[in-house]
Design a binder for this molecule. Structure first.
Ligand SMILES: [Zn+2]
Length: 74
């Protein structure tokens, strides 16, 4: 009987380890995907020349200072 409980405990530890590792891998995957989708950079507005954070992976962004649309030419 003692051996049986030991095997169960080992299984539980192994399963916990697998769940932990897969959670970590999943988290890293999400992080990488977000990095590809969004490229936040500090840019200067083309119109009022104020600096602001913008997602340069978009084709354009509205300046929070003057409201003008800044277009990104790739
Ligand atoms: Zn502006």
């Amino acid at each position: 009987m003692k051996t049986g409980i030991g095997v169960l405990k080992t299984l539980a530890v192994v399963i916990t380890a697998i769940v932990l590792v897969s959670n970590m891998t999943y988290g890293k995957k999400c992080e990488a995907e977000n990095n590809v989708k969004e490229q936040i950079m500090e840019i200067a507005c083309h119109y009022c020349h104020e600096n602001f954070s913008a997602d340069v992976s978009q084709s354009h962004v509205n300046c929070p200072h003057c409201g003008e649309t800044n277009e990104f030419s790739g």
